[in-house]
Write a protein that binds this ligand. Structure first.
Ligand SMILES: Nc1ncnc2c1ncn2[C@@H]1O[C@H](COP(=O)(O)OP(=O)(O)OP(=O)(O)O)[C@@H](O)[C@H]1O
Ligand SMILES: [Mg+2]
Length: 483
């Protein structure tokens, strides 16, 4: 008796479990495609055109009763909905079938993704010392090309995920754009795509970029901007033909046109060829010899000293604080008018910097040493007084550019490098050696973040047109130094 009761209980339990499982599958089977459809609508990733075409075709079939004939033809006439409620459900599902199929495909992909992830985490050894694997949380679209995968961090640091990036990419057959973590929730986000980064990113609206800001480039996921307040000095590296001068041209034009109070010193050791477009413009001084560079750095060094003096007298820690002070409260050296001390920002751009610092023969060794000392000082202290350095070089090693200068150039963009050593010397890793040789392709590094980007392209003709709009050419070259 007791035995048969417990048998009954067991079978009821089995039935309940099966029922719960069925409900779960039903909820997942219907619910998950709905969730995917909602994500798709919100992120605009649904292929509306074929779905709507199907909807229209189905409506035509309904109105012409062709659907019913088709059921009969297939000997399924008995299956055709007869009562009004069933008919409404049938019409609705039929007309929106495209959405359901799309949602189901996305759900299938997601289920596959969860299975693959578990295998991949095992294979790539991405597990905690206790053997715990990251757990899937969600995988949803960011835009048409990029998806965001969120997993638990399984008590591992972001660095551990970064180390496994290449292996994750090849196992999952995707391109990973960014790995970020949320320490508070113990999760890691992986932005990935099945698509390659676009090979051309043309710059369109220069004005909308805004004050102090410039455009770096485009990853698959987003457009990256930076500003001189975030990254006060920049280092641009890469072997010949990568896109250094093109990048400089774009950044200078943007900063010049959007900041009418900026002054520029453009130094080019290729005889001034790269900066020809900027010659004879207000607020820009183009220099093409080591001798002129040496005297210009002398002037800039003095400017640095004067500006620090001024900040000190006015008890300001930097240019931002100084500029916010009411003019009538400013203390100025005797006989100096307030307008003279607007502390406009100065941007010093050096293309082919190695040529300047290894200027053997053109200026003597002590002149080079003296100039290097001044550049070191500008790099170390310039930010506070609004003097910014943008340095481009094929050779980023410490022989070509002093490590004291490099240490202060915190925004780094590296185009492809020929050797692993050169890549390490600019980025601290081998990523610049692995870049595809696509003109304008680079790695942007700011702080701990690193992204592969297609840098923004502004053609010489567009550059000229933009420059003409914001500052027409001067009649003839102006002699006075712009500092
Ligand atoms: N972002 C970009 N998009 C498309 N094409 C680009 C981009 N950047 C550079 N290029 C193209 O690549 C070529 C080389 O660019 P650039 O002269 O800027 O290279 P570089 O690194 O300055 O080379 P070098 O060291 O020899 O001076 C040019 O023809 C340029 O038009
Ligand atoms: Mg160049």
């Amino acid at each position: 008796m007791i035995f048969s009761q417990s048998k009954n209980l067991k079978s009821t339990q089995v039935q309940t479990d099966a029922f719960i499982k069925l409900c779960k599958n039903l909820v997942f089977g219907i619910g998950q495609p709905i969730v995917e459809i909602i994500y798709g609508i919100r992120k605009d990733t649904i292929p509306y055109l074929p779905i709507l075409i199907w909807g229209a075709i189905f409506d035509v079939l309904l109105l012409s009763h062709l659907d019913q004939k088709m059921f009969r033809f297939l000997k399924l006439g008995w299956f055709y909905p007869q009562n009004p409620v069933a008919y409404s459900v049938y019409s609705f599902i039929g007309a929106t079938m495209g959405f359901w199929i799309w949602g189901a495909i996305q759900t299938r992909k997601k289920t596959n993704m969860i299975q693959r992830l578990t295998e991949v985490f095992q294979e790539t050894g991405l597990k905690s010392p206790m053997g715990k694997l990251p757990n899937f949380i969600f995988d949803k679209p960011v835009d048409e090309l990029v998806r965001r995968l969120r997993v638990t961090n399984a008590f591992m640091s972001k660095a551990k995920f970064d180390e496994s990036k290449d292996r994750l990419e090849s196992s999952l057959q995707v391109y990973i754009d960014e790995i970020s973590e949320s320490k508070s929730s113990g999760t890691v986000d992986i932005l990935y795509s099945h698509f390659e980064i676009s090979k051309m990113f043309e710059m369109k609206d220069l004005k909308s970029i805004g004050k102090h800001r410039f455009l770096v480039g485009q990853t698959r996921a987003k457009t990256i901007y930076s500003s001189l307040t975030e990254t006060p000095h920049l280092l641009i590296g890469g072997q010949t033909g990568g896109g250094k001068s093109t990048f400089l041209r774009q950044v200078i034009t943007t900063l010049y046109c959007n900041n009418t109070d900026y002054n520029f010193t453009l130094i080019d050791m290729k005889g001034g060829l790269e900066f020809q477009l900027f010659e004879n413009r207000d607020r820009i001084k183009v220099i093409s010899t080591p001798n002129d560079s040496s005297s210009q750095f002398h002037v800039l060094d003095q400017l640095l000293t004067e500006r620090f003096e001024l900040l000190k007298v006015n008890q300001c820690k930097d240019i931002e604080e100084f500029q916010q002070k009411p003019k009538d409260q400013l203390k100025l050296p005797e006989g100096v008018k307030a307008e003279t001390f607007k502390l406009n920002r100065n941007i010093i751009v050096i293309d082919e910097a190695a040529e300047l610092f290894l200027a053997g023969g053109k200026i003597n060794v002590s002149q080079v040493q003296e100039m290097t000392r001044k550049v070191i000082r500008l790099a170390a202290q310039g930010r506070a007084v609004g003097i910014h350095l943008i340095v481009a070089t094929q050779k980023p090693d410490s022989k070509a550019i002093s490590s004291q200068i490099k240490a202060n150039l915190t925004g780094i963009i590296s185009f492809p490098m020929a050797t692993l050593g050169a890549s390490f010397s600019i980025l601290g890793n081998g990523r610049a050696k692995e870049l595809p040789s696509i003109p304008g392709r680079a790695v942007w590094k700011s702080g701990l973040d690193q992204f592969e980007v297609q840098t923004a392209f502004l053609s010489p003709d567009q550059t000229k047109a933009e420059l003409d709009k914001c500052s027409p050419l001067k009649e003839k070259s102006v002699e006075e130094a712009t500092v």
